[in-house]
Design a protein around this ligand. Structure first.
Ligand SMILES: [Mn+2]
Length: 271
């Protein structure tokens, strides 16, 4: 069985949510995992926090501070959000496959249910974006010339070996620089336009179960990766509902977040 490689791309604000997400992953799968964290701005303190928190868990931690200096002439992109696109360029060549994950999510099942997807001849596995069904009819998407369902970029199983054969980092960067103004959903639009229908494996919704505030959750025991799309995010704890409890349940250490007291919860519910 191959090792599990995980990629996250973030700034300091998302470190704690990422640790909750990784902790939930660990609960459902105890195998050894290699974690790669991409950031343009991660502080020393955050790095220490990541290493300390994961030290008694089965993660080998690799932090990459990246700046696109090698790729971008004009430095218009300092945004961490674009880093995931370049996993094929920055990760060691011996890493053939990586699972990119957003931090605003938790695992409710074994990560292998996603990771073991067969990617032969494909670039990536993904899940349709729940908000994009209608948008595909939009002129905007016609302009982008996307010939498949619009996918959500918060969970992407990447076949790096295949991507390296077909994409060139300088060309991808030039493409982003030229079109940056027109992308509405930034990196997600870039990835959706770079991949053609035949390059993709569409996974079932449970592999990236996206919820917004008003959504009801169905068949929760079947969900693998539960993704909190809307703001406020659960850890901002301005409101509390059943869905957010799923996030809070998965937090283990007192120092990760301020834990709400019963009094505080009561007050929030009254509002
Ligand atoms: Mn997200």
């Amino acid at each position: 069985m191959n090792d599990i490689n995980i990629l996250c791309s973030l700034n300091d604000a998302y470190v704690n949510p990422m640790l909750v997400m990784l902790n939930s992953m660990q609960k459902h799968n105890q195998e050894k995992k290699t974690l790669f964290v991409f950031s343009t701005s991660l502080s020393e303190e955050s790095e220490k926090r990541i290493r300390d928190f994961l030290s008694d868990k089965n993660f080998e931690v690799n932090i990459y501070r990246l700046e696109f200096k090698d790729l971008c002439k004009y430095k218009i992109l300092s945004n961490d959000i674009f880093l995931r696109i370049f996993a094929f360029h920055y990760l060691p060549k011996e890493i053939d496959k990586v699972l990119y994950l957003d931090a605003d999510a938790v695992f409710l099942n074994d990560v292998r249910k996603i990771y073991d997807t067969n990617l032969d001849g494909k670039l990536m596995a993904c899940v349709m974006d729940i908000g994009a069904g209608n948008l595909l009819l939009d002129n905007y998407f016609k302009k982008l010339k996307i010939n498949h369902q619009y996918f959500n970029a918060g969970m992407l199983l990447m076949n790096l070996k295949e991507i390296r054969k077909r994409w060139n980092a300088e060309k991808v960067m030039a493409y982003i620089e030229e079109n940056n103004e027109k992308f509405r959903f930034q990196d997600q639009d870039v990835l959706n336009t770079l991949c053609k229908a035949e390059d993709l494996v569409f996974l079932e919704r449970n592999c990236n179960y996206q919820i917004k505030k008003a959504n009801k959750i169905k068949d929760i025991d079947k969900i693998v990766f539960l993704h909190f799309l809307s703001r406020p995010k659960p850890w901002m704890h301005c409101h509390l509902n059943k869905k957010e409890e799923l996030f809070w349940k998965d937090w283990e250490r007192e120092d990760l977040f301020h834990k709400m007291t019963k009094e505080e919860k009561k007050n929030i519910k009254k509002k």
